[in-house]
Design a protein. Structure first.
Length: 290
């Protein structure tokens, strides 16, 4: 990716006043990206549903894989004149199914193209608005500018129309962050779950974002061994299984993921506060560095 020219706050602290306007633009771009993601998901579900009804089971896997990876090709020319506009195709899909799905395939390809452009613009905006976060993004394997933009945009309280309701980046606290992204615990010390008559302290969308980030972090490697947050996950999972031998591996996995995600948010908040000029402790894995 090309290097962006940063016009303000090259290496200094983040100005909270300027950050408000930056957040407004970031939220707008993040919201637009979610529209494309949801549209792409809906189209994939409709296409898969039709494929299941028309194609034998042994021929579906390659088509499903092509849909998930966006392997939709332009046909060299209109096929027998049955369709209008450019024809798209998927390798392995029967010709009759191609005709029936051609409108949805064209729509899917268009949405996919727009999504990629929206992702590019979001990443460039995050790099331009908050270049002070570059050391953290570069240091954490598996965490990029798009994920940072999503976390920042989802953290700011706003109305359904996208208008910021309250904003003071210097007052973000870790317990509120944990609960907002679905990592908090209920009064019994268990993960919050949806229940009748009970209001959740988080949005399922934010929780999904945090779990996707956590899933990527625990897959990272550093040299021949696991990366920093993967080591935290492994140590916590071993601790949970030793503490409660009767615990199922799946429960230990979820508990370790939640613990690791909280450590990640703690480090992210610490970096954010340092960029705002607040005095905080450095993350444990950095304290040994001079």
């Amino acid at each position: 990716m090309r290097k962006l020219e940063v016009k303000d706050h090259d290496t200094g602290v983040i100005d909270p006043v300027c950050a408000v306007e930056h957040f407004k633009r970031l939220i707008s771009q993040w919201t637009q990206l979610q529209v494309y993601i949801n549209a792409q998901g809906n189209l994939i579900r409709q296409l898969k549903s039709y494929v299941r009804r028309t194609i034998p089971e042994d021929g579906r896997a390659v088509i499903f894989d092509a849909l998930e990876k966006g392997k939709i090709l332009d046909a060299p020319e209109d096929i027998k004149g049955f369709t209008r506009g450019p024809v798209v195709q998927i390798a392995g899909m029967p010709e009759g199914v191609q005709f029936a799905l051609s409108p949805m395939l064209r729509a899917y390809k268009l949405v996919m193209t727009e999504r990629k452009e929206a992702e590019k613009q979001l990443i460039e905006s995050a790099q331009r608005y908050f270049p002070q976060m570059a050391p953290f993004v570069d240091r954490v394997q598996g965490f990029g500018w798009q994920s940072l933009a999503g976390l920042l945009a989802e953290q700011v309280s706003r109305t359904k129309e996208g208008i910021i309701k309250e904003y003071d980046p210097t007052r973000w606290k870790l317990p509120q962050l944990n609960r907002r992204f679905g990592l908090g615990l209920d009064s019994e010390g268990r993960a919050e779950k949806k229940a009748s008559g009970k209001k959740l302290g988080y949005s399922p969308r934010r929780r999904a974002l945090m779990w996707v980030i956590a899933d990527v972090l625990i897959r990272q490697k550093e040299g021949d061994g696991p990366a920093y947050y993967k080591r935290i996950y492994d140590a916590r999972k071993a601790y949970e299984l030793k503490r409660a031998p009767e615990m199922k591996p799946g429960h230990a996995d979820n508990s370790a993921r939640r613990y690791m995600a909280k450590r990640f948010l703690k480090d992210l908040l610490g970096e954010w506060q340092r960029c705002l000029g607040c005095i905080v402790k450095r993350p444990e894995h950095e304290r040994g560095a001079a």
